[in-house]
Design a protein around this ligand. Structure first.
Ligand code: GDD
Ligand code: MN
Length: 377
């Protein structure tokens, strides 16, 4: 089997590829590695395609041109699907990652139990581009810090990494290529436990422009939330559900304060409850259980209301049974009410999680993500 497949996502990188590919090839020869280089291009309007075609005459280069899709992460996955090497290594096309380090990354991956290797800026011996302004450096640090719940690696967002094709294949069905950080997605979803970092000097691109827009940064937050859900499952959903429940308390009280000036209190109380229930529904649909937001909204809303009612009945019953049956709680009605709230919320949560916002198959969600990212097919 071929030892290594190098995957290079590229969009409008003609000038950089002309320099990068010979350098990669030289690094492969120096490390005696038998490898293929796969450039995944999204039909760039510059010279990327003819440049790659010309380079493939002299180097072990394969060009994949996608006509109907855009995006760094999905490009990397397309390259990995096409790869045949035992190891998969990903690097940028813009000369940010030093190809001379490929040999070191690959030999680290040879040492079991290592299952993921990162070319790291943030360990001793590594560095980031000096030309980077403080704001970019700070953003990169914050993003890295936000990845802490998922990995202890110092630089999981480097974009220069390698793993076994076998690890990739095991997780293929659950990968959701949103945003720019496919390395983190693979690290988490392939359940790689033994990460080794190799120090690298990261250089900023000289030619071409970065495609990392504000939109991509927002997508990164969405990506983190999805990884949080994936890794912590019901703990993650319940935390979000409870926090949204808390916002509902504020909506309810604000609404009540506002309405009680205008209308009689029974109606004001009812309207305040209805408003907070509806804002909670919208937030839960779009955040906590966002995987189900492509399902029909009206049906979901009605069953959500039913679930809240069930929760309220459980709350009431628990409080009543406790305070009427146990003398301990008779003296402490607030404690009984608090337990009632917890039981009601627990019921409501379970109904929401498994009935109101029931989970689709991963393929359906991935198709929905693609649609969300505006893919053309
Ligand atoms: N095929 C394809 N399609 N490639 C893309 C696309 C796309 O839509 N968008 C970006 N790329 C390619 C670029 O051509 C480049 O080779 C690589 O992906 C990184 O994109 P840049 O535009 O250079 O982004 P960056 O420098 O802001 O981000 C990179 O550096 C980070 C470290 O600071 C990424 O590699 C991150 O993963 C990395 O963490
Ligand atoms: Mn770059």
């Amino acid at each position: 089997m071929l030892q290594l497949s190098i995957i290079i996502p590229a969009y409008c990188e003609a000038e950089n590829l002309k320099v990068l590919i010979p350098r990669v090839n030289q690094a492969l020869t120096a490390a005696s590695l038998d490898a293929e280089i796969i450039v995944v291009d999204d039909n760039s309007p510059d010279e990327t395609i003819p440049v790659c075609e010309a380079l493939s005459a002299s180097y072990p280069l394969r060009l994949i041109t996608r006509k109907h899709e855009r995006g760094l992460s999905s490009a990397v996955l397309a390259g990995m699907d096409a790869a045949v090497g035992e190891f998969l290594l990903v690097m940028d096309a813009d000369l940010s990652h030093p190809p001379e380090k490929i040999g070191e990354l690959v030999s680290a991956l040879h040492q079991r139990p290592t299952d993921f290797v990162i070319g790291s800026r943030y360990i001793e011996g590594g560095s980031t581009a000096q030309s980077r302004g403080w704001y970019r450096k700070w953003k990169s640090r914050v993003a890295t810090w936000l990845s802490r719940p998922f990995t202890s690696a110092r630089d999981p967002l480097a974009g220069f990494f390698a793993l076994r094709r076998q690890s990739y294949q095991k997780a293929r069905g659950i990968l959701n290529p949103i945003g720019y950080k496919i390395g983190l997605e693979l690290l988490v979803k392939c359940r790689c436990q033994n990460v080794v970092e190799i120090p690298v000097d990261f250089t900023d691109r000289v030619t071409g422009t970065s495609k990392f827009s504000l939109k991509e940064q927002l997508r990164f937050l969405k990506h983190l939330k999805r990884l949080f859900d994936f890794k912590y499952q019901n703990y993650a959903y319940f935390t979000q559900f409870a926090l949204i429940g808390l916002t509902g308390v504020f909506v309810n009280l604000q609404m009540l304060a506002l309405l009680s000036h205008w209308i009689i209190s029974p109606l004001a109380v009812a309207l305040a409850i209805w408003t907070s229930m509806s804002t909670n529904f919208l937030l839960n649909r779009n955040i906590t259980f966002s995987y189900a937001k492509h399902q029909p909204v009206l049906k979901q809303y009605l069953s959500y209301c039913g679930s809240c009612l069930t929760g309220a009945v459980c709350n009431w019953l628990t409080t009543m049974v406790l305070s009427q049956t146990f003398p301990f709680f008779e003296q402490r009605i607030l404690l009984a009410a608090f337990i009632g709230i917890l039981v009601g919320m627990g019921f409501n949560f379970l109904l929401c999680r498994y009935l109101v916002f029931s989970r689709h198959k991963p393929e359906v969600e991935i198709a929905a993500t693609k649609k969300e990212l505006g893919h053309i097919d």
